[in-house]
Design a protein around this ligand. Sequence first.
Ligand code: PFF
Length: 456
Amino acid sequence: TQQDASAKTVRDGFTSSFGVLAATLGSAVGLGNIWKFPYLTGANGGAGFLVVYLLATLLVGLPVMISEIMLGRAAKRDAVTTLVQFSPRGQPWWLVGAFGVLAAFLIMAFYSEVAAWVFAYVFKAIGGSILSSDPAVTSAAFGQLVSDPVQSLLWQWLVLAFIGGILLMGVSKGIEAVTKKLMPILFLLLIVLCVRSLMLPGAAEGLSFLFTPDFSKISGAVILTAMGLAFFKLSIGMGTMITYGSYFRDDQNIPATTVRVMAADLFVSMLAGIAIFPAVFSFGFEPAAGPSLVFITIPAVFASMPFGHVFMVLFFVLTAIAATGAMLSILEVPVSVLNGRFGISRPKAVVATLLLLALIGSTCALSGSLLADFKLFGFNMFDLFDEVSSKLIMPAGGIALCLFVGWVWGFDKMKAELSNHGALANEALLRKLFFLLRYVTPLLVLAVMLSGLGLI
Ligand code: PFF
C-alpha cells in the first residue's frame, strides 16, 4: 500500500526526546568512565588531572560535540556523506568521516576486549571465583584470563555478537530501546555502589585523593592524556556524534542536550571515582594500579567488605551496561557508512563490520598471550590502537571539525541549525561558541597535541 511505501522511505532515527538523551548519553558513558577515568586519574596524581580534564571538556569537548551533532542532524546522513554533502567542491573534509571509520575499528578492537573481560567477570563474580581479598589471587585470576587465547577470543566474539544483535534491530527499536532501559539501571547501580563505598571507614582519604589538586604531576604529556580522555569520553572527533546527530529529532535543542549529556557523563565519572577510590584506600590498596585497577584491585576490595559478593556482581553488571551503550555507537559509525554511502543493507553492513572487527580485534584479544611480544612503535596492538585513536585521530578530527564549521560552514548556517531555524533564541551564546570554534579550540587542541607528543 501507499502507506507502507512511504513508511519505508522514512529514515530510522530516535523517536523521543528521552530516547535521544539515553542513546547519546549511552554513547558517552562507558568503559571510559569506569575503567579509563579512574586509572588515568590515579596514575596522574588525582585532582590536578581532574582539573585539566574539566578544562578540556569545556573548551574542547563542548564545541566539538555540538558541531558534530549539528552537522549530522542538518544532513541526516552518515558521517562520510554528511561531510561530502557540505564540502565545497574538491575539499576533502570527508576524510574526517573516513578516519572516523578507521578510529571506530581501532577503538572497538581493544574496547571489545576490555568489555569481554567485563562480561566474563560478571559470571566469575556470580560464581565467586574472583572473590579473594588477596590481590595476588585476583591478579593471578586476571592473568589467567588474558593469557588464555581461547577464552579471550571467545568472550570477545560473544560480546561482538551481542552488540551486533542489538544493531540488527535498528536505530529506534535496537539502540534507542535498549539504552532507554539500561541507562536508568546504570545510574541506580552506581548510586548504590557510591553509598556503599562512602560508608566504609577511611573513605575520606579516597575523597581527598580525588578532590585535592596537586599540579606537580602535570606535564605536556599528561595534558594530552587528559584531552585525549575528553575526546574518548564524549565520543567525539571521529563522526560518532555526527552519526547519532543524524538520528536527532528536528525539535531537539542541540546545545541543551549536549550540555546535559556532558554534565551527566561527568557525574558518572565522579560517581565511579567515588565508588572506587574511597573503597580502595579504605582497605589499604594502591590507587595507581594502571588499567588492571578494575580487574585486580576492585575484586580484592569487594572481597574485603561485608556483602562484597553482591556488590561485586552489581559492579560488573553496571560496567557491562555502560560498555554496551558505547559499543553500539562505535559500531554504528561504520554500519551507517556502509548502509548510507554504499547502499549495503543494514543486516549485511552489521555482519560485514563484525567480521572485519573479529579479525582486527583478535590482535588485541591475543595481546596478552600469543601476540604478547608483537610490538609496533614500542606498543602492543591493544595500547597502540588506544594511543593512536585518543591522541591522534580524534584530536585531529576535532581540529578539522572546528575549522570546517568556523571557516567553511559559517555562522549563519550554524545559527539556523542550532536555533532550530529560529525557534530558539540564543544569539549571544552562539557568537561565543563560533569564536571558540574558529580560533580557540583548534589552536588549543593543536598546541596540546604538539606539546604532548614532544614536538614543541
Ligand atoms: N565514550 C565511550 C567511553 O567513554 O567509554 C567510548 C567511546 C564511544 C569512544 C564511542 C568513541 C566512540 F565513538
